[in-house]
Each structure stands twice: as C-alpha cells, then as structure tokens.
Design a protein. Structure first.
Length: 137
C-alpha cells in the first residue's frame, strides 16, 4: 500500500510547489520513478487519479495530466569507476525480484562487469521525484 502514500506525497508536494511558484492551475505533473523503486505502476497511477478526484472542487488540479516516467538504474563501481546499467547486471528472475524488493541487497547479486567488485553505488534509478510541474499563473 505504499503506492497510496507515495501518491499522496506527490500530490501534496505538487500543490505546495505550485503555490510557491504562483500557479493557479496545474496542467501537467511529470513523475520520475526509479527502476529499482519497488512500486506497482498501475496501482500508483490509480492512486494518483483517485487522490486528484478528492481535490475535484479545487480548480488547481482540474483535468491535470500526470505522466509517469521510469528512470533506469545506473551503477558506478567505487573501485574502477566503471558505470553500467541495471539491465546489464545479468540477474535471473529470482535475483531481480530480490533486488527490486530490497535494493540494498543488490551488492549480494551484482558485481562490476569490469573488475568484478561488489563495491558500487547506485547513481540513478532509485526513488520517486517530481520531474516537472506545468501550469498557468
């Protein structure tokens, strides 16, 4: 059920940011979701739509379009500096599921393709963030 909490946080943040920016109407919100974020996109989209309906009397969100974009996960080796894509990690289905469920365990399954070190950082592809808010003042 964390999709609902995330959706509520996204809408609250969008309302707050639009207020700071002097927007009277939000036309579009683009949300970037990290590839390693454990989230069901259909449930998240549904939650966003339902939360917007609660604000239906609020002209700020009337007919808002919410775009979801996936941000691919990129790793960087702390030993040799090599960067690679999560899709290049060579994980089987079970390993991939474990990493999606708890990204912290990626170090158990993933190694740098260049030097084979398990010492790497995730430089992108985690979390949920508002990429942009478009509207009218």
């Amino acid at each position: 059920m964390h999709e609902w909490a995330l959706a509520e946080a996204v809408i609250a943040a969008a309302i707050e940011e639009s207020s700071k920016g002097g927007l009277k109407k939000i036309n579009e919100i683009t949300v970037k979701i990290g590839e390693l974020q454990q989230i069901e996109l259909e449930i998240f989209q549904y939650a966003l739509d339902e939360i917007v309906k609660v604000h239906d009397e609020d002209l700020l969100l009337k007919d808002v379009k919410i775009e979801l974009e996936t941000e691919r996960a990129i790793f960087k080796c702390r030993v040799c500096g090599h960067e690679w894509d999560y899709r290049d990690a060579g994980l089987d289905d079970d390993e991939g599921e474990a990493v999606h469920f708890a990204p912290e365990v990626a170090h158990v399954y993933v190694r740098c393709p260049s030097c084979k070190s398990p010492d790497f950082e995730v430089i992108q592809g985690r979390g949920v963030l508002i990429q942009s808010i478009k509207g009218m003042g």
